[in-house]
Write a protein that binds this ligand. Structure first.
Ligand code: PBG
Ligand code: ZN
Length: 309
Protein backbone atom coordinates (compact mmCIF):
# COMPACT_ATOMS: atom_id res chain seq x y z
CA UNK A 1 0.00 0.00 0.00
CA UNK A 2 2.81 2.38 0.77
CA UNK A 3 5.04 1.65 -2.18
CA UNK A 4 5.30 4.84 -4.22
CA UNK A 5 6.66 3.27 -7.36
CA UNK A 6 5.45 0.16 -9.09
CA UNK A 7 6.83 -1.55 -12.16
CA UNK A 8 4.22 -2.89 -14.54
CA UNK A 9 4.74 -5.08 -17.54
CA UNK A 10 2.91 -2.41 -19.55
CA UNK A 11 5.93 -0.11 -18.99
CA UNK A 12 8.20 -2.31 -21.09
CA UNK A 13 9.46 -2.47 -24.64
CA UNK A 14 11.40 -5.59 -25.64
CA UNK A 15 14.22 -5.32 -28.22
CA UNK A 16 14.19 -7.90 -31.02
CA UNK A 17 17.11 -8.61 -33.33
CA UNK A 18 16.10 -9.93 -36.75
CA UNK A 19 18.91 -11.54 -38.71
CA UNK A 20 18.60 -12.13 -42.45
CA UNK A 21 21.40 -14.73 -42.55
CA UNK A 22 20.34 -17.36 -40.01
CA UNK A 23 17.91 -20.28 -40.14
CA UNK A 24 17.12 -20.67 -36.45
CA UNK A 25 17.48 -18.47 -33.33
CA UNK A 26 21.06 -17.85 -32.15
CA UNK A 27 21.83 -16.74 -28.61
CA UNK A 28 24.03 -13.64 -28.28
CA UNK A 29 27.08 -14.88 -26.34
CA UNK A 30 27.51 -11.71 -24.28
CA UNK A 31 23.77 -11.43 -23.55
CA UNK A 32 22.50 -14.67 -21.98
CA UNK A 33 18.82 -15.19 -22.76
CA UNK A 34 18.82 -12.80 -25.74
CA UNK A 35 18.65 -14.18 -29.28
CA UNK A 36 18.86 -13.10 -32.87
CA UNK A 37 15.88 -14.41 -34.84
CA UNK A 38 15.37 -15.25 -38.48
CA UNK A 39 12.27 -13.57 -39.93
CA UNK A 40 10.51 -16.93 -40.05
CA UNK A 41 10.75 -17.63 -36.33
CA UNK A 42 9.51 -14.22 -35.19
CA UNK A 43 5.90 -15.34 -34.93
CA UNK A 44 6.69 -17.81 -32.17
CA UNK A 45 8.73 -15.28 -30.23
CA UNK A 46 6.18 -12.48 -30.52
CA UNK A 47 3.41 -14.81 -29.47
CA UNK A 48 5.42 -15.60 -26.30
CA UNK A 49 5.87 -11.87 -25.70
CA UNK A 50 2.13 -11.30 -26.04
CA UNK A 51 1.44 -14.09 -23.60
CA UNK A 52 3.84 -12.48 -21.15
CA UNK A 53 1.90 -9.22 -21.43
CA UNK A 54 4.70 -7.28 -23.11
CA UNK A 55 2.95 -4.51 -25.06
CA UNK A 56 5.67 -3.41 -27.49
CA UNK A 57 8.83 -4.42 -29.30
CA UNK A 58 11.61 -2.44 -30.91
CA UNK A 59 13.08 -4.14 -33.98
CA UNK A 60 16.69 -4.06 -35.11
CA UNK A 61 17.67 -5.53 -38.45
CA UNK A 62 20.85 -7.41 -39.27
CA UNK A 63 21.15 -7.49 -43.07
CA UNK A 64 23.08 -10.15 -44.96
CA UNK A 65 24.86 -7.47 -46.99
CA UNK A 66 26.40 -4.17 -45.97
CA UNK A 67 27.91 -1.48 -48.17
CA UNK A 68 29.01 2.15 -48.06
CA UNK A 69 25.59 3.57 -48.92
CA UNK A 70 23.22 1.74 -46.57
CA UNK A 71 21.26 0.50 -49.58
CA UNK A 72 19.74 -2.49 -47.76
CA UNK A 73 18.09 -0.33 -45.11
CA UNK A 74 14.99 0.84 -46.97
CA UNK A 75 14.03 -1.81 -49.54
CA UNK A 76 10.60 -3.43 -49.59
CA UNK A 77 12.24 -6.86 -49.35
CA UNK A 78 14.86 -5.97 -46.73
CA UNK A 79 15.01 -7.61 -43.35
CA UNK A 80 13.18 -5.14 -41.10
CA UNK A 81 10.45 -4.45 -43.64
CA UNK A 82 9.80 -8.17 -44.06
CA UNK A 83 9.83 -8.70 -40.30
CA UNK A 84 7.37 -5.89 -39.63
CA UNK A 85 4.96 -7.07 -42.33
CA UNK A 86 5.03 -10.57 -40.93
CA UNK A 87 4.47 -9.53 -37.31
CA UNK A 88 1.76 -6.99 -38.12
CA UNK A 89 -0.02 -9.40 -40.43
CA UNK A 90 -0.15 -12.01 -37.68
CA UNK A 91 -0.66 -9.88 -34.57
CA UNK A 92 -2.07 -6.56 -35.79
CA UNK A 93 -2.78 -4.38 -32.71
CA UNK A 94 -1.89 -7.12 -30.23
CA UNK A 95 1.69 -5.86 -30.30
CA UNK A 96 2.93 -2.32 -30.82
CA UNK A 97 5.84 -2.32 -33.25
CA UNK A 98 8.60 0.26 -32.99
CA UNK A 99 11.47 0.12 -35.50
CA UNK A 100 14.94 1.47 -34.86
CA UNK A 101 15.98 3.83 -37.66
CA UNK A 102 19.73 4.00 -38.15
CA UNK A 103 22.35 3.21 -40.74
CA UNK A 104 25.08 1.58 -38.65
CA UNK A 105 23.84 -1.98 -39.13
CA UNK A 106 23.71 -1.44 -42.91
CA UNK A 107 27.02 0.32 -43.48
CA UNK A 108 30.26 -1.59 -44.03
CA UNK A 109 32.10 1.00 -41.87
CA UNK A 110 29.52 0.64 -39.07
CA UNK A 111 28.84 4.34 -38.49
CA UNK A 112 25.39 5.84 -38.08
CA UNK A 113 25.55 8.04 -41.17
CA UNK A 114 27.14 8.63 -44.54
CA UNK A 115 30.90 8.77 -44.24
CA UNK A 116 33.41 10.76 -46.25
CA UNK A 117 37.02 10.03 -45.42
CA UNK A 118 36.67 9.44 -41.68
CA UNK A 119 33.97 12.04 -41.15
CA UNK A 120 30.30 11.30 -40.56
CA UNK A 121 28.23 13.72 -42.63
CA UNK A 122 25.14 14.93 -40.78
CA UNK A 123 23.00 16.64 -43.39
CA UNK A 124 23.33 14.16 -46.28
CA UNK A 125 22.35 11.41 -43.83
CA UNK A 126 18.98 13.02 -43.04
CA UNK A 127 17.42 12.22 -46.39
CA UNK A 128 18.28 8.53 -45.97
CA UNK A 129 16.77 8.46 -42.49
CA UNK A 130 13.53 9.83 -43.91
CA UNK A 131 13.54 7.16 -46.58
CA UNK A 132 14.16 4.37 -44.05
CA UNK A 133 11.41 5.64 -41.76
CA UNK A 134 8.88 5.75 -44.60
CA UNK A 135 9.78 2.19 -45.64
CA UNK A 136 9.25 0.95 -42.08
CA UNK A 137 5.87 2.62 -41.70
CA UNK A 138 4.82 1.43 -45.13
CA UNK A 139 5.54 -2.10 -43.89
CA UNK A 140 3.30 -1.50 -40.87
CA UNK A 141 5.53 -0.07 -38.16
CA UNK A 142 3.57 1.95 -35.58
CA UNK A 143 6.46 4.13 -34.49
CA UNK A 144 9.97 4.83 -35.68
CA UNK A 145 12.91 5.40 -33.36
CA UNK A 146 15.83 7.29 -34.89
CA UNK A 147 18.94 6.34 -32.92
CA UNK A 148 21.79 7.95 -34.83
CA UNK A 149 21.88 11.32 -33.02
CA UNK A 150 22.07 13.30 -36.27
CA UNK A 151 21.03 16.93 -35.83
CA UNK A 152 17.63 17.52 -37.41
CA UNK A 153 16.76 13.82 -37.71
CA UNK A 154 13.35 14.13 -36.06
CA UNK A 155 12.27 17.01 -38.31
CA UNK A 156 13.53 15.21 -41.43
CA UNK A 157 11.67 12.02 -40.53
CA UNK A 158 8.50 13.85 -39.51
CA UNK A 159 8.34 15.70 -42.82
CA UNK A 160 9.10 12.57 -44.86
CA UNK A 161 6.36 10.64 -43.07
CA UNK A 162 3.82 13.45 -43.35
CA UNK A 163 4.71 13.90 -47.01
CA UNK A 164 3.81 10.27 -47.67
CA UNK A 165 0.56 10.47 -45.75
CA UNK A 166 1.83 8.78 -42.60
CA UNK A 167 1.03 11.53 -40.13
CA UNK A 168 -0.31 8.97 -37.63
CA UNK A 169 3.04 7.20 -37.24
CA UNK A 170 4.86 8.21 -34.07
CA UNK A 171 8.47 9.10 -33.44
CA UNK A 172 10.47 8.04 -30.41
CA UNK A 173 13.72 9.94 -30.52
CA UNK A 174 16.96 8.73 -29.00
CA UNK A 175 17.28 12.35 -27.86
CA UNK A 176 19.92 12.18 -25.14
CA UNK A 177 22.06 9.28 -26.26
CA UNK A 178 25.48 9.29 -24.68
CA UNK A 179 28.71 8.02 -26.23
CA UNK A 180 28.73 5.21 -23.66
CA UNK A 181 30.93 2.17 -23.26
CA UNK A 182 27.87 0.16 -22.29
CA UNK A 183 26.80 -0.64 -25.86
CA UNK A 184 29.45 -3.32 -26.41
CA UNK A 185 27.22 -6.43 -26.25
CA UNK A 186 24.66 -4.77 -28.54
CA UNK A 187 27.32 -4.32 -31.16
CA UNK A 188 27.92 -8.08 -31.00
CA UNK A 189 24.21 -8.71 -31.19
CA UNK A 190 23.51 -6.34 -34.06
CA UNK A 191 26.83 -6.76 -35.79
CA UNK A 192 27.27 -2.98 -35.74
CA UNK A 193 30.81 -2.39 -34.53
CA UNK A 194 32.66 0.33 -36.41
CA UNK A 195 35.78 0.20 -38.56
CA UNK A 196 37.47 3.40 -37.35
CA UNK A 197 37.15 6.18 -34.77
CA UNK A 198 34.25 6.21 -32.33
CA UNK A 199 30.78 7.72 -32.09
CA UNK A 200 31.75 10.80 -30.10
CA UNK A 201 31.22 13.20 -33.00
CA UNK A 202 27.48 12.50 -32.90
CA UNK A 203 26.72 10.92 -29.52
CA UNK A 204 26.74 12.96 -26.28
CA UNK A 205 29.71 13.54 -24.00
CA UNK A 206 28.96 11.68 -20.73
CA UNK A 207 30.11 14.75 -18.81
CA UNK A 208 27.35 17.00 -20.17
CA UNK A 209 23.99 17.92 -18.68
CA UNK A 210 22.90 21.17 -20.36
CA UNK A 211 23.79 19.92 -23.81
CA UNK A 212 21.56 16.88 -23.34
CA UNK A 213 18.67 19.08 -22.21
CA UNK A 214 19.12 21.19 -25.36
CA UNK A 215 19.11 18.05 -27.49
CA UNK A 216 15.85 16.92 -25.89
CA UNK A 217 14.27 20.35 -26.30
CA UNK A 218 15.20 20.44 -29.98
CA UNK A 219 13.75 16.98 -30.60
CA UNK A 220 10.46 17.89 -28.89
CA UNK A 221 10.31 21.02 -31.06
CA UNK A 222 10.94 18.94 -34.18
CA UNK A 223 8.01 16.67 -33.39
CA UNK A 224 9.21 13.79 -31.21
CA UNK A 225 6.31 12.05 -29.44
CA UNK A 226 8.57 10.25 -26.96
CA UNK A 227 12.08 11.28 -25.94
CA UNK A 228 14.65 8.81 -24.74
CA UNK A 229 17.58 8.90 -22.37
CA UNK A 230 20.21 6.25 -23.01
CA UNK A 231 21.84 4.44 -21.21
CA UNK A 232 19.61 4.35 -18.13
CA UNK A 233 21.43 3.47 -14.93
CA UNK A 234 24.46 5.72 -15.35
CA UNK A 235 22.19 8.60 -16.48
CA UNK A 236 19.36 8.40 -13.96
CA UNK A 237 20.06 12.04 -13.12
CA UNK A 238 19.34 12.95 -16.73
CA UNK A 239 16.21 10.87 -16.82
CA UNK A 240 14.95 12.72 -13.76
CA UNK A 241 15.84 16.11 -15.19
CA UNK A 242 14.28 15.43 -18.58
CA UNK A 243 11.02 14.21 -17.06
CA UNK A 244 10.86 17.08 -14.55
CA UNK A 245 11.65 19.76 -17.08
CA UNK A 246 9.63 18.73 -20.11
CA UNK A 247 6.83 16.52 -18.74
CA UNK A 248 6.56 14.59 -21.99
CA UNK A 249 6.50 10.81 -22.43
CA UNK A 250 10.02 9.76 -21.51
CA UNK A 251 11.71 6.48 -22.30
CA UNK A 252 14.85 4.99 -20.81
CA UNK A 253 16.98 2.46 -22.68
CA UNK A 254 18.35 -0.06 -20.20
CA UNK A 255 21.14 -1.00 -22.59
CA UNK A 256 22.99 -4.18 -23.41
CA UNK A 257 25.99 -3.56 -21.14
CA UNK A 258 23.72 -2.83 -18.18
CA UNK A 259 21.94 -6.14 -18.77
CA UNK A 260 25.13 -8.11 -19.30
CA UNK A 261 26.82 -6.80 -16.16
CA UNK A 262 24.05 -8.20 -14.00
CA UNK A 263 24.02 -11.50 -15.91
CA UNK A 264 27.80 -11.87 -15.60
CA UNK A 265 27.90 -11.21 -11.88
CA UNK A 266 24.96 -13.56 -11.41
CA UNK A 267 26.80 -16.33 -13.30
CA UNK A 268 29.81 -15.85 -11.08
CA UNK A 269 27.56 -16.27 -8.07
CA UNK A 270 28.46 -12.82 -6.80
CA UNK A 271 25.00 -11.26 -6.73
CA UNK A 272 21.38 -12.38 -6.74
CA UNK A 273 20.73 -11.53 -10.39
CA UNK A 274 16.93 -11.55 -10.21
CA UNK A 275 16.80 -9.18 -7.29
CA UNK A 276 19.47 -6.86 -8.63
CA UNK A 277 17.76 -6.69 -12.02
CA UNK A 278 14.46 -5.84 -10.37
CA UNK A 279 16.08 -3.15 -8.23
CA UNK A 280 17.76 -1.61 -11.28
CA UNK A 281 14.49 -1.54 -13.23
CA UNK A 282 12.68 -0.02 -10.27
CA UNK A 283 15.29 2.74 -10.01
CA UNK A 284 14.74 3.59 -13.68
CA UNK A 285 11.00 3.91 -13.12
CA UNK A 286 11.50 5.90 -9.93
CA UNK A 287 13.79 8.34 -11.71
CA UNK A 288 10.99 9.21 -14.12
CA UNK A 289 10.81 6.74 -16.99
CA UNK A 290 7.34 6.19 -18.43
CA UNK A 291 8.71 3.54 -20.78
CA UNK A 292 11.59 1.12 -20.19
CA UNK A 293 13.29 -0.58 -23.11
CA UNK A 294 14.93 -3.63 -21.60
CA UNK A 295 16.30 -7.07 -22.47
CA UNK A 296 15.05 -8.08 -19.02
CA UNK A 297 11.36 -7.49 -19.87
CA UNK A 298 10.60 -11.19 -20.28
CA UNK A 299 12.16 -12.21 -17.00
CA UNK A 300 10.45 -9.30 -15.23
CA UNK A 301 7.11 -10.57 -16.49
CA UNK A 302 7.78 -14.15 -15.40
CA UNK A 303 8.97 -13.05 -11.98
CA UNK A 304 6.06 -10.74 -11.32
CA UNK A 305 3.63 -13.52 -12.25
CA UNK A 306 5.26 -16.00 -9.92
CA UNK A 307 5.07 -13.49 -7.11
CA UNK A 308 1.42 -12.70 -7.59
CA UNK A 309 0.42 -16.40 -7.56
C1 PBG B 1 22.59 1.99 -33.08
C2 PBG B 1 22.15 1.60 -31.71
C3 PBG B 1 22.97 1.22 -30.64
C4 PBG B 1 22.11 0.88 -29.60
C5 PBG B 1 20.80 1.07 -30.04
N1 PBG B 1 20.84 1.52 -31.36
C6 PBG B 1 24.43 1.08 -30.56
C7 PBG B 1 25.32 2.24 -30.74
O1 PBG B 1 24.91 3.40 -30.81
O2 PBG B 1 26.52 1.97 -30.85
C8 PBG B 1 22.56 0.38 -28.25
C9 PBG B 1 21.62 -0.51 -27.53
C10 PBG B 1 22.23 -1.35 -26.46
O3 PBG B 1 23.43 -1.27 -26.13
O4 PBG B 1 21.47 -2.15 -25.92
N2 PBG B 1 22.50 3.33 -33.38
ZN1 ZN C 1 23.49 3.74 -35.42
Amino acid sequence: MLAETELNISDFVYPLFVDESIQSPVEVPSMPGVHRFPVDSLIGEVSDLCELGIPAVILFGIPSQKDGTGAHAWGHGDVVQRAVRKVKHEFDDEIYVITDVCLCEYMDHGHCGIVEGEQVLNDPTLELLGRIAVSHVEAGSDMVAPSGMMDGMVRAIRSSLDGEGYSDAGIMSYAAKYASSLYGPFRDAADSGYAFGDRSSYQMNPANVDEALREVELDIGEGADIVMVKPALTYLDMLYRVKERFRVPTAAYHVSGEYSMVKAAERLGWIDGERVMHEVLLSIKRAGADIIISYAAKEFSKLSREESV
